[in-house]
Design a binder for this molecule. Structure first.
Ligand code: FRU
Length: 480
């Protein structure tokens, strides 16, 4: 019996997993499995967690409910490793909700490398079940920010509370989670996603000199309400700017913006490190990190090459969009790792260059020409500066097009609840469609805009580059 009312230990999991070999083998052989994206062996996956590079290996953990592909069960942290960002080794669950501190779920968190030791911080979710009138927002829940230190990314160390319910400001509800650490001038900053008692999202900031003792310092918020809870904050320095990425829940749609039930947006932050105080810079509508149907809870880290790499969950909580694989025992995946940069005041993302190692046969076409049998595994790069309109059928009935200043991803008749997503653009000069068996990641204008969506439509019989004006496309089939 696996639910949030019961803890799950490693031995509970192992006993259960021993009976799952046949299911796991059937899932691994399913034609809808992805070639170069991480996805769960069994069940359900959500947020990426604890991203860290140790030597030549990247460690990626993620929220994992192996017991139920529809996610009715508790979450663990599963552990993956990769050296090349196209093959992932599944090392199995590394963190279990097995203690009083996290009995209803080992929620999201991050890793921070310091002096050869890895410091993990995550949220232990504790729900109380001794009464039946808890609302689990103001009552009946504790969220503990837990610290573990280790040198071994397979064994995460003892659990200690770093920040707990007594440390939250009085106006904050029981929803406080998803710790992420930033170091600046020898001081550590922990950001936590939070919901106030009157349902406004914000980010709490705690500071520390030693990663052990944490003190509440300040909060990051907008003057006007923007969602009821801000999940998964990520505060990082990038190209001389301080950037906050976070996921406000329950922002109403506004024109083409914020069409998903929950959002992932970014803010430029003006910091006074002495105070400290962190103010959201500028006015206007917070830009979405990704405008597709399936993107949420990304996390970033700096790798040894100095790249800031972001990985997202290719999914969305409370989405009306479905994944038909749930009936076959699994759903959701992580996005391809994306390198972040600031360009002209915009947060740009581009697939890590490692992905290009899968590029095999190359076909070059110009406007009006066709690629025969494109299949589902490809990387297509279109150059189209000055082109008035453009259209590319990336699956049967699934089209990426640009016309009258709107870029649209139209998922056709078989989107499983996904219809269309559009983004307004001043111009379109380049478009990249990175396509895995059941995943599309579209990057616009060198990554100023991204759209991630799962797709279960068949391969298009042919892919014609339809354009009004000059355009050309480099099309690569992808394979191992
Ligand atoms: C975001 C989220 C986090 C939480 C985790 C639980 O998708 O709700 O806020 O820590 O998922 O799985």
């Amino acid at each position: 019996m696996f639910d949030q009312k019961h803890r799950v230990t490693r031995s509970d999991y192992e006993l259960w997993r021993a009976g799952q070999d046949e299911t796991a083998a059937r899932i691994a052989a399913d034609p809808d499995r992805l070639l170069f994206h991480a996805e769960p062996e069994l069940g359900w996956l959500n947020d990426p967690n604890g991203l860290v590079q140790v030597g030549d290996t990247y460690h990626i953990y993620h929220q994992y409910d192996p017991f139920d592909a529809a996610h009715g069960g508790p979450v663990l942290w599963n552990h993956l490793t990769t050296k090349d960002f196209v093959t992932y080794e599944n090392r199995g669950p590394a963190l279990f909700p097995d203690s009083d501190l996290d009995s209803s779920g080992a929620y999201s968190g991050s890793a921070f490398m310091h002096d050869g030791k890895i410091h993990y911080f995550y949220t232990g979710n504790v729900k109380h079940f001794d009464r039946d009138d808890y609302d689990y927002v103001l009552t009946g829940r504790d969220q503990n920010q837990i610290h573990m230190v280790t040198e071994n990314p397979d064994k995460l160390g003892e659990k200690h509370i770093a920040v707990g319910p007594v440390d939250y400001p009085d106006d904050i509800s029981t929803h406080v989670r998803d710790p992420k650490i930033l170091e600046h001038d020898g001081i550590y900053y922990m950001v936590l996603g939070a919901r106030t008692k009157d349902d406004r999202g914000c980010v709490l900031v705690y500071t520390s000199h030693d990663l052990e003792c944490w003190k509440y310092a300040t909060r990051i918020e907008l003057g006007e309400k923007f969602g009821f809870m801000w999940e998964c904050p990520d505060l990082f320095e990038l190209d001389g700017e301080l950037i906050l990425v976070c996921c406000p829940q329950g922002v109403p749609a506004d024109g083409w913006r914020y069409q998903n039930p929950h959002q992932c947006v970014w803010f430029r932050i003006e910091a006074d490190w002495e105070a400290p105080s962190f103010k959201i810079a500028g006015q206007g509508m917070p830009p979405m990190v990704d405008a597709g149907f399936d993107f949420y809870a990304p996390q970033s880290f700096a790798d040894a090459d100095g790249r800031r790499i972001m990985i997202g969950w290719a999914g969305c909580p409370d989405a009306t969009a479905q994944n038909p694989t749930v009936e076959r025992g699994w759903q959701c995946a992580l996005t391809v790792p994306r390198v972040l940069n600031m360009r002209d005041g915009k947060l740009c993302q581009w697939p890590a260059r490692e992905v290009e190692q899968l590029r095999k046969e190359r076909v070059s076409v110009t406007a009006g020409e066709t690629v025969g049998s494109p299949g589902r595994l490809f990387d297509a790069v279109v150059s189209c500066r000055g082109t008035k309109s453009i259209e590319l059928e990336v699956r049967e009935g699934v089209v990426v097009c640009f016309a009258s200043g709107m870029l649209t991803l139209d998922m056709g008749d078989e989107g499983y609840g996904r219809d269309k997503r559009s983004v307004e653009l001043d111009e379109l000069y380049c478009l990249r469609v990175l396509s895995d068996a059941t995943m599309l990641e579209v990057f616009v204008n060198d990554g100023e805009v991204a759209l991630t969506s799962r797709t279960y439509s068949s391969a298009a019989p042919a892919m014609q580059l339809r354009a009004e004006g000059d355009a050309s496309m480099e099309f690569y089939r992808l394979a191992r």
